[in-house]
Design a protein around this ligand. Structure first.
Ligand SMILES: Nc1ncnc2c1ncn2[C@@H]1O[C@H](COP(=O)(O)OP(=O)(O)OP(=O)(O)O)[C@@H](O)[C@H]1O
Length: 370
C-alpha cells in the first residue's frame, strides 16, 4: 500500500541560515513527485528531513497523517538512492541487495525470493553474481535502486540519481526509473536540478528557489503557465520583454511598442490598472517572423541552423535581446544583419507584474484561450 506525505510549514536552519522556510506540500499516494531547483536551493536538505538524516526545526512531516518528526531514520521505512550510488564495491550485486534485508533480519527463503523479484524488476538478473566494478554506471544505479526497493519502503527518495551518467544513459535510466516506479506503485520523492529530467519523469513538480516553493503543478502546467518570472526562466527558455497594459472598451491589450499590441482575454482584470507596466514572457518558438507592418522590430545578430529548426538571436530596437526559433521547413534561413519584424502568439505568452514578477494570467486561463 502506498502512502501520502504531508509536509507542513517545515523549517531548517544551519546556524543563522534558514535554508528551508515554512515550506508546505502534499505528496499523494503512489505519486512521483519532483523537487526541482537550482543548486543550493534546499532540495537535498528537504529530502534529508523527510528520511530523517536532518532534524526538523519547526513544522511537521506526516506519513499518512502520522507525524514522523521524532522517528529515527531506521524506523521510518524509507529507501534512498544517491547520486554516487553508495553501493559496496567489494560485494556482489546479490549481496549488495541482501544487505538491508539482513539488517532487518529477514529469513533466508523470503530473502532469496525478494532479491530475485527485485532483480527482475530492475532488469539486472544476469548480473547477480558480479561485482559492481564490472558493471556500467546505469547498471550500478539499478543495483542502488534494487537495494532501496527490496526492503519494501513506504517512500522512495532519490537524490540526483542520474547526475553521474552520460547524456544517453541518463535518458535511458530516467525511462527505466519511471517504469519501475509505476510498476511498484511506490510514493517517490525525486530531486534534480535538471528541468528536462523533471518534466520527463514527474507526475508533479515543485519548483524551489532559496528554500521557498515557487510553484507546484503537473509538468505541462509548469511549462505553459509558470507562476512567476523565476519559474518561467528556469523551466525551458523564455525571453522577458517589457510591455504596458492598456484598458480599452473591448478588453485588455498588452502594448509591446507604439505600433504593436496583443489582446489578452485571460488576464486577472481586478489586479490590473490602465498603463500598468508588465513583463511579457515569450518562448523562442512563440515568435512569428512576419512581413506585416506592425510588430516588434529588430536586427538578426546571429543565425544558427540546427536541422529541424533555426535559432536566431535578435537585437530589438528597444535594446532588448531575444531568441527566436523557427521551423526550418516553414521559413527560409535569414542572414545575420537582416532587419526583421516579430509578432507573438498571444495565446501562449505569459504576463507578469513588473514589480512582484508574479503571473497576471488567471487560473485556468490556459484552457480558456484554446
Ligand atoms: N550540513 C550543512 N551545514 C551547513 N549548511 C548546509 C548544510 N547542508 C546544506 N547546507 C546549505 O544549505 C543550502 C541548501 O543546500 P542543499 O544541499 O539542500 O541544496 P540543493 O538544492 O540540494 O543543492 P545541490 O543541487 O547543489 O545539492 C546551501 O546553501 C548549503 O550550503
Amino acid at each position: 500500500m502506498s502512502v501520502s506525505v504531508n509536509i507542513d510549514k517545515v523549517v531548517k536552519k544551519f546556524g543563522e541560515d534558514k535554508v528551508i522556510d515554512k515550506l508546505s506540500l502534499d505528496i499523494q499516494k503512489g505519486e512521483l513527485f519532483t523537487l526541482l531547483g537550482p543548486s543550493g536551493c534546499g532540495k537535498t536538505t528537504l529530502l534529508r528531513m523527510i528520511i530523517g538524516f536532518h532534524s526538523i526545526d519547526d513544522g511537521q512531516i506526516k506519513i499518512d497523517d502520522k507525524v514522523i518528526n521524532h522517528i529515527p531514520v531506521n524506523k521510518r521505512k524509507m529507501g534512498m538512492v544517491f547520486q554516487n550510488y553508495a553501493i559496496f564495491p567489494h560485494m556482489t550485486v546479490e549481496d549488495n541487495i541482501a544487505f538491508g534485508l539482513k539488517v532487518n533480519k529477514i529469513g533466508k527463503e523470503e530473502m532469496t525470493e525478494r532479491i530475485n523479484d527485485i532483480l527482475k524488476t530492475v532488469r539486472i538478473e544476469e548480473h547477480k553474481t558480479k561485482k559492481p566494478e564490472n558493471l556500467s554506471g546505469g547498471q550500478q544505479q539499478r543495483i542502488a535502486l534494487a537495494r532501496a526497493l527490496v526492503i519494501h519502503p513506504k517512500v522512495l527518495l532519490m537524490d540526483e540519481p542520474l547526475s553521474n551518467l552520460d547524456a544517453k544513459l541518463r535518458i535511458e535510466m530516467r525511462n527505466a526509473i519511471k517504469n519501475i516506479q509505476q510498476e511498484v506503485g511506490i510514493t517517490t520523492v525525486y530531486v534534480t536540478h535538471d528541468q528536462e529530467e523533471a518534466l520527463a519523469i514527474s507526475d508533479r513538480i515543485a519548483v524551489m528557489n532559496k528554500g521557498i516553493i515557487q510553484q507546484i503543478g503537473k509538468p505541462e502546467e509548469i511549462y505553459s503557465r509558470p507562476a512567476n518570472v523565476f519559474v518561467s526562466q528556469f523551466i525551458g527558455t523564455s525571453n522577458i520583454i517589457k510591455g504596458i497594459i492598456k484598458k480599452k472598451e473591448d478588453g485588455l491589450y498588452v502594448h509591446l511598442n507604439d505600433m504593436y499590441s496583443v489582446k489578452m482575454n485571460n488576464l486577472k482584470q481586478d489586479e490590473i490598472v490602465d498603463k500598468q507596466e508588465v513583463l511579457v514572457s515569450v518562448r523562442p518558438q512563440e515568435f512569428i517572423i512576419t512581413n506585416k507592418e506592425s510588430g516588434i522590430k529588430g536586427e538578426i545578430d546571429s543565425t544558427m541552423f540546427l536541422g529541424l529548426n533555426t535559432h536566431y538571436f535578435v537585437n530589438l530596437d528597444s535594446g532588448e535581446r531575444v531568441e527566436v526559433i523557427q521551423d526550418s521547413e516553414e521559413e527560409e534561413i535569414l542572414p545575420e544583419g537582416k532587419d526583421i519584424n516579430l509578432n507573438i502568439k498571444s495565446k501562449k505568452i505569459n504576463i507578469y507584474h513588473a514589480d512582484t514578477k508574479e503571473t497576471l494570467i488567471k487560473a485556468g486561463g490556459h484552457d480558456e484561450q484554446k
